[in-house]
Ligand binder design. Structure first.
Ligand code: NA7
Length: 633
């Protein structure tokens, strides 16, 4: 998991400035928009919140797991994973309820949903609801509670910045926050801004259909609830729908199967157990690093070795956080104008523009400073675009791995040979864990998993006896949560069909033919650390909604031309990168049969904000704004 990652041209018409991809942005930081600094809405966001929330602020801050909502205590023997079937519950058996009329409805109670509800409820004063399938807030962090789960973005930028008091009172305890601390933070936000009253938990959305007669969204849930909402905002997350590859015989296995993205809420004691972990993306790396010292034996079923650098986690000094709080707005303004919205400065030179000694020094420093994104984007500005620079970074990491992993067979197994062009990873002692005598690396590229047996897993090299099998096999990323809900826009067009060749939406926010619908951190959108980008988008969307309401606009809808131009721009930039050369979840290649697509805008968040601000400042150019129709009473 380790979500730190990430989340729309009218270039032909000459309206947008030339835009480079993110890793080059450091070299041209002078291009950052000055309009961005003047952008009114974000400050209004802060101001309105201050006025409305004075009472909520009196509450003491208790950032402990004890604040978590009661959770499902059922033991989970098999991984409980969303499936198409689960979402296909028919409401025909449930008595149809009268639709509840709302100004706005939000799907998802994670970082995006909470920021959006706060804007709608507390700043715009609208009648809004959030719906989430989970029984508590947290979004992806509600589900990802596996051992070692934490963000790999620095906590002080893995949070909201819209309220200085909130920022000052919440004291993160570590450089990288654990899942429980992130959840506690979001619980605190929900309480502090009085959001819970408008969140409907333990409820899955089945369908959202745009009703052309009413120009409203008709929503149905698995509880038989029905809503009619003027605006629909999704905060569904791009890494939420679990990917659990099917292996024959899983039902025979007498041990326990778990998926990291549907982790049980009760603790599991792995001491003295034989544990298999399938997958070594950022999730698998965290699980292995955390569990290796606890279990009797750990077998990592690895298909592709990855590059990982040290996280260098450490406790945080509260005074450090106070220092940021003292200049919160300029600090976050700088963060948002950086390429990936992390806490480090973008690199300004290419790796081949310096001497070999200087390169080594810079890589060594980044290794000691820690952080995967810092290593890829904070060292040199061309690691992700220039093969020679990429090879230099890859070579450095390989040499470091060789210094840690002393067993030659294991070293060969975990040494990556591909481009260093996936989501950059960092770890808390991954290669040290691999080096342990109670850890085995099973190369399932060479010897694939054939089946589960009663006792464990059989690969073509033999049977491995296990008590637990942990799937760390990632997500049906980016579009997974969109295709599991029956979204229908104008003329009954399904989102699934509109996105058959990959996701398409102007600015990543608005798909053509889906009026009054906005997707926070939707695809193809920015590829960044998410919370600061999400809150900026939530403010942008709230201003668009306010504009529509204030100006008697019934529907605001992206034009097909703007949608296509944005997709072309995203594609143009992505093709400049080495990420484009790798088959992984960003392109959809991790899911058999899924169309390979452009999922992100890789031009950096500073440039993204310019695009979105330009659109807003030109009365939402790229959208069709339709006035309210006169209706018969
Ligand atoms: P990832 O990065 O998609 O990693 C999934 C891992 O599971 C990866 O090692 C895959 O190997 C492996 N995998 C997937 N399917 C299979 C099958 N069928 N057999 C064997 N191994 C398999 O998911 P994560 O959860 O680690 O991270 C996703 C994002 O979440 C991350 O970037 C953060 O931003 C948060 P492969 O590499 O495909 O050979």
């Amino acid at each position: 998991m380790a979500t730190g990652l990430s989340s729309g041209s009218r270039r032909e018409r000459g309206e947008l400035g030339g835009c480079d991809c993110i890793w080059r942005q450091g070299a041209s930081s002078g291009r950052s928009t000055s309009r961005s600094a003047k952008f009114g809405p974000l400050r209004q966001f802060n101001g309105a919140a201050t006025a409305n929330l004075a009472v909520a602020r009196q509450r003491p801050c208790r950032p402990t797991a004890a604040r978590n909502r009661p959770s499902d205590r059922r033991p989970c023997r098999r991984a409980e994973i969303d499936s198409q079937e689960e979402y296909a519950v028919s409401t025909t058996e449930t008595a149809k309820k009268e639709p509840q009329k709302l100004d706005a409805i939000v799907f998802g109670a994670g970082f995006a949903g909470l920021a959006m509800l706060h804007k709608l409820q507390n700043s715009l004063g609208l009648n809004a609801r959030v719906i989430d399938k989970a029984d508590g807030v947290g979004g992806t962090w509600h589900w990802n509670r596996y051992p070692g789960a934490r963000s790999d973005t620095e906590s002080w930028v893995y949070c909201y910045s819209f309220d200085p008091t909130l920022y000052r009172e919440w004291k993160w305890t570590e450089r990288y926050p654990r899942e429980s601390e992130i959840r506690a933070y979001l619980e605190h936000v929900a309480d502090r801004f009085d959001l819970r009253k408008n969140i409907i938990f333990s409820t899955a959305v089945l369908s959202a259909h745009f009703n052309e007669k009413t120009s409203r969204w008709d929503i149905e849930t698995d509880k038989g609830d029905r809503f009619s909402a003027r605006f629909l905002i999704t905060g569904l997350g791009i890494l939420s729908a679990p990917n659990k590859p099917p292996f024959p015989g899983e039902e025979r296995f007498k041990g326990q199967v778990l998926h990291t993205a549907r982790w049980p809420h009760e603790p599991i004691d792995f001491a003295g157990k034989r544990v298999g972990v399938i997958g070594n993306g950022s999730t698998g790396v965290q699980v292995v690093s955390e569990l290796a010292a606890t279990v009797e034996h750990l077998t990592l079923f690895q298909r592709t070795p990855q590059y990982s650098v040290p996280a260098q986690n450490h406790p945080l000094d509260p005074q450090f956080l106070d220092g940021i709080a003292d200049s919160l707005e300029p600090y976050f303004d700088r963060v948002r104008k950086s390429a990936t919205v992390f806490a480090f400065e973008d690199a300004k030179v290419g790796a081949m523009e310096v001497s070999a000694e200087e390169r080594e020094r810079v890589f060594e420093k980044a290794w000691r400073d820690g952080g995967g994104f810092n290593f890829m984007f904070g060292t040199f500005n061309d690691i992700a675009v220039n093969r020679e620079s990429n090879a230099a970074a890859a070579d450095f990491i390989r040499r470091k791995i060789a210094q840690i992993v002393t067993d030659p067979a294991k070293l060969e197994a975990v040494t990556p040979t591909d481009l260093y062009a996936r989501r950059p990873l960092c770890d808390n002692g991954y290669y040290q864990a691999i080096n342990r005598s109670n850890v085995t690396v099973a190369n399932i590229r060479q010897n694939p998993i054939i089946e589960f047996t009663e006792k464990g897993v059989r690969t073509s090299a033999g049977e491995v006896e296990l008590d637990y099998v942990i799937f760390a096999t990632g997500f049906d990323a980016v579009t997974g949560n969109f295709t599991r809900i029956d979204f229908q826009g104008r003329n009954g067009v399904k989102m699934k069909d509109h996105w058959a060749q990959g996701p398409r939406a102007f600015l990543g926010l608005s798909a053509a033919g889906f009026p009054n619908m906005f997707s926070l951190y939707g695809p193809p959108g920015p590829f960044t650390n998410q919370p600061p980008a999400i809150e900026w988008q939530a403010e942008w969307v709230s201003q668009a909604i306010k504009y529509a309401i204030d100006n008697g606009i019934e529907t605001i809808e992206a034009t097909p031309e703007a949608e296509q131009a944005w997709l072309d721009e995203c594609k143009r930039i992505e093709e400049m990168t080495l990420f484009h050369k790798i088959d992984w979840w960003v392109s959809g290649a991790n899911i058999p049969g899924k169309v390979k697509a452009v999922s992100f805008y890789m031009g950096g968040f500073g440039e993204y904000m310019k695009h979105a601000e330009l659109c807003a400042s030109q009365e939402y150019k790229g959208y069709t704004l339709s006035p309210a129709k006169a209706r018969a009473a």
